[in-house]
Design a protein around this ligand. Structure first.
Ligand code: SAH
Ligand code: SF4
Ligand code: F3S
Length: 438
């Protein structure tokens, strides 16, 4: 039998990176090998993202490109295309109509069925949300990395009026503590030291413990921290209304939990937050931050912003800018509002593109300035770095500070997997450069 090969391309968020890894493990388990290039593969998997229009458009153009590639291949090569991920869930059938070259469609909660579908030649089960079934059928494999993402919570019941996630990932689901710990133990065999817990609303985590009692994210974090080999724990993404006192206290009491929080707010105006159905006010967000800093004063904060949401006035936008100035985020992600099919906000009157673009530019320049000021404040300071990988240049290694900053150093010794003190020497292009400190 000739060797079968797959190629997988991942779009979108970290959860998709995790899912792509799991799809890869499932295929390896079926006897496939990974191809380094698309043209060498028998199976190409596109693990797609639906969050903004651009992300979906990219999938269309990639399918077009792959179809051309297909024409150049030898006639007898049995070559299949899998549409996976959030686009598959939301618009799988529409995509299949436009691109008949798609052979299989699997959603984010049904990709564990892919090997079976290939064997039986069934093409679509994208309608199912099978979270429980999925996690029971994944094949976790030893990892070779220092830091590993683990999905612990999936789906969303919040229904922000701009967002497709509740439709693409289904309702909120939390894995059990035992299930998560078993997965971590597999990675520990290969020396994993940092765990990044993933969820669309990770702080709404409510899995069951070994005696069937429902527990929260702080319980899970404390359990993981008991594992001696795990040195650092992070989690993302959180929702402001789910920031519980027990989780905030965890930042004070558990030294393995890193002092970094990604807490999207989207807008600094109550009028817009209400239209977005975010379920909290700006004041309530400030209160969360105040309380959290009371527990851990050096918390580094990050957020997401959407500009140009329907009805956003100059005054609303100014409020967002003033809010950013007050909080001083160490990093943040900002997006132009993209109307998405099936979401309530898409039906509202839209703001013109030039206004959206001008607002994004102003907001990003403020965020950049804050990030630079924050990173500059580390110059000549000594901070502890967990080294994860080699850099682009000879003898260069890249790691992260406890505040999640990326730090580069030069070293003759292999630093991967080590925790070392580094003296920060410069701040260029938003990554810090350091020198080994003895
Ligand atoms: N569950 C997380 C993240 C969801 S998606 C949360 O609740 O915050 C990641 C980010 O994409 C969001 O925080 C939001 O800023 C952005 N986003 C989501 N839908 C969008 C849309 N229609 N247009 C522009 N940005 C969007
Ligand atoms: Fe989307 Fe809102 Fe749910 Fe986040 S909380 S995934 S933005 S619906
Ligand atoms: Fe995109 Fe789905 Fe993640 S829409 S951002 S891949 S949850």
């Amino acid at each position: 039998m000739t060797e079968k090969k797959f190629f997988i391309k991942s779009y979108g968020c970290q959860m998709n990176v995790y899912d792509s890894n799991q799809i890869k493990n499932l295929l390896l388990n079926e006897g496939y090998n990974e191809a380094l290039l698309e043209k060498d593969a028998d199976l190409i998997v596109l693990n797609t993202c639906h969050i903004r229009e651009k992300a979906s458009e990219k999938v269309h153009s990639d399918i077009g490109r792959i179809n051309k590639l297909k024409k150049t291949m030898s006639q007898n090569k049995n070559y299949s295309l899998v549409l996976a991920g959030c686009v598959a869930q939301a618009e799988g059938e529409e995509f299949k109509k436009r691109s008949p070259s798609i052979d299989y469609i699997v959603g984010p909660q049904s990709y564990h069925k892919l090997p079976d579908m290939i064997n039986k030649n069934e093409y679509n089960i994208a309608d199912d949300f099978l979270q429980n079934d999925k996690f029971n059928n994944l094949v976790f494999k030893n990892s070779n990395t220092v830091s590993e993402f683990i999905s612990v919570q999936e789906g969303c019941d919040k229904f922000c009026t701009f967002c497709v996630v509740p439709y693409t990932r289904g309702s909120e689901y939390s894995r059990s503590i035992d299930d998560i710990l078993n997965e971590i133990k597999i990675y520990m065999q290969s020396g994993i030291q940092e765990i990044i817990l993933l969820g669309q609303n990770v702080n709404a985590f409510h899995g069951i413990n070994s005696i069937g009692k429902e527990v929260d994210l702080s319980f899970l974090i404390n359990k993981i921290a008991e594992l001696e080999k795990i040195k650092r724990i992070r989690y993302m993404t959180s929702h402001p209304i789910d920031m519980t006192d027990s989780l905030m206290k965890c930042h004070r009491d558990n030294e393995k939990l890193m002092p970094f929080l990604h807490l999207p707010i989207q807008s600094g105006s109550d009028h817009i937050l209400k239209k977005m159905n975010r379920k909290h006010t700006v004041q309530e967000y400030y209160k969360v931050i105040e309380k959290l800093k009371g527990y851990r004063s050096d918390m580094a904060l990050s957020s997401d912003f959407i500009v140009g949401f329907p009805g956003e006035t100059d005054e609303d936008f100014d409020k967002t800018m003033r809010f950013i100035e007050n909080i001083k985020f160490v990093i943040a992600y900002s997006f132009i509002y993209s109307p998405r099919p099936g979401t309530p906000a898409a039906k509202l009157e839209q703001i013109s593109n030039p206004i959206k673009k001008a607002r994004l530019a102003a907001l990003q320049s403020l965020l950049k300035k804050q990030q630079k000021e924050y990173n500059d404040s580390f110059l000549n300071k000594k901070i502890e770095i967990l080294f994860e990988k080699k850099g682009r240049y000879k003898n260069q290694y890249i790691g992260r500070s406890i505040y999640n900053q990326s730090v580069h150093v030069k070293s003759n010794l292999n630093l991967i997997g080590s925790l070392k003190k580094v003296k920060i020497s410069s701040n260029t292009n938003f990554s810090l450069e350091g020198k080994m400190y003895e």
